[in-house]
Every structure is written in C-alpha cells, then in structure tokens.
Design a protein around this ligand. Structure first.
Ligand code: SAM
Length: 219
C-alpha cells in the first residue's frame, strides 16, 4: 500500500515556534556562499525558506530576497527576520510562484528531502532551474540520513508502506506533542543525479555537518 502523502506545511505549522527556537543561526555553508557572491541581477530566492534565517543574511548583505514556503506560521516568523520589504510567498517548491529566469541565485536548503513523491522531487529541481537566470548559482542541501550515525541520532525510522528510503523523523519539543516529519533518504550520488536530471550543472558537492550539499550552476 502506498503511504498517504504527508503535507509538510501542516507538519511545520504544528512545530513552527519550537523549530524556530532551534534554528535561529544560519548554517555556515550558506553564509560563506552568500558572502562570496558578487552583485546579482535578480533576487536570492530561498525555496523552503522556513523561519527566514538564511534569507535574512542575504537581505543584511543588501541583496533582494524572496522566500517561498508551505508553512504559514514559519513565514510569519520569517517576516520578523527579513523585514517588510522582502517578498514572502506561500508556495510549493514543485510549482514556484516565481517568473522564469528571475532569480539571481537560489537556495534550497533542507527542503527537497521533505517531498514524498519522486516526481515531486524532480519537479522541485526543475523549478530551481527554471527560475534561475542563466549563469546563476544555487545551493541545494539534504539531510545526510544515508549515514547510519546521522539516522540514529535523528531517531529516523522507515515509514510503513514506504520503500525503505521513506522515513519518519520525530520532532520532540519539550512539553509538546511528538510530531513526525517525512524525510526521504537521498545520498550524494542521488542528489547529483537529481540535479543533473533537472538541467543543472554540479560545480561542487561536499558534506557540511549532517548535510549533503551541492553548489550548482544554471547553464
Ligand atoms: C527543515 S526546514 C528548512 C528551512 C530552511 N530552509 C532552513 O534551512 O532553515 C524545511 C522547510 O521546507 C518547507 N517545505 C517542505 N516542503 C515544501 C514544499 N514542497 N514547498 C515549499 N516548502 C516546503 C517546510 O515548511 C520548512 O519550512
């Protein structure tokens, strides 16, 4: 039996405040990339922007930013971080509310692994390619749950009815209910295949903490 798709927007809405409390600091692989970037023609589009911790860094550096996320409550938190002049849209990574070639750069950090259907993950990568202006760069990352130590530390368990790479990872907020997040196990090779299949060129890939990261380029 195919498992019922989980709506990540609902999941993240239900844990938004507690999630924000543990994700206040931007990850250095993102800040390093933003800090090394020259002037951009278009905005930095943060796909699955969450609480806006990375978008805020771009905005503080004088870049224009656009955030897209399915979680209304995380977007409300992001608004506090990025200020009034940054566009934040409720939207799906599989069908971005952004014009073709409009983005100077794209971030898709820890979002693609939340998409349950293989076609959906492909669509999300195609959307990164579509909105990224030719010559633009994107950073894409996934949680390294193919590493047994990482999976163990996350308390990841296989989802009933899944194919073994469909996992549930509990979110345990102190004093709150435990909420399962859907996570797809994606290895560095699978990530590279997904990105190349979507028309992007992988410039560099590496591990940062418990994340597989790829820097890609739109030809
Ligand atoms: C683990 S959080 C990462 C947030 C942010 N990128 C960061 O690094 O702090 C995953 C985020 O992706 C969002 N998300 C999951 N699936 C999505 C989808 N299909 N479209 C847009 N956002 C999605 C969730 O609502 C959540 O905010």
């Amino acid at each position: 039996m195919t498992p019922t798709p989980v709506n990540p927007g609902d999941t993240f809405d239900s844990i938004a405040e507690a999630f924000d409390a543990t994700r206040a600091r931007p990850w250095s692989f993102v800040t390093d990339w933003l800090e090394g970037m020259g002037p951009l023609e278009g905005p930095v589009v943060d796909v699955g922007c969450g609480n806006g911790r990375h978008l805020a860094v771009a905005v503080q550096r004088g870049m224009r930013g656009i955030g897209v996320d399915l979680s209304v409550r995380l977007l409300a938190i992001a608004r506090q971080r990025v200020g009034r002049d940054t566009d934040l849209f409720i939207g799906d990574a599989r069908d971005l509310p952004i014009a073709t070639d409009a983005a100077g750069a794209v971030l898709a950090v820890a979002v693609i692994h939340h998409i349950q259907e293989a076609e959906g993950r492909k669509d999300a990568v195609s959307e990164v390619r579509r909105v990224l202006a030719p010559g633009g760069e994107a950073v894409v990352s996934v949680w390294a749950l193919d590493d047994p130590d990482v999976a163990l530390g996350a308390h990841a368990r296989p989802m009933e009815g899944g194919d073994g790479a469909d996992m549930l990872v509990p979110w345990r907020a102190p004093g709150g209910p435990t909420v399962d997040r859907y996570l797809r196990v994606i290895s560095p090779g699978e990530l590279a295949d997904l990105l190349v299949g979507g028309g992007l060129e992988v410039v560099r890939s590496w591990d940062a903490g418990a994340n597989h990261v790829a820097l890609v380029h739109a030809p």
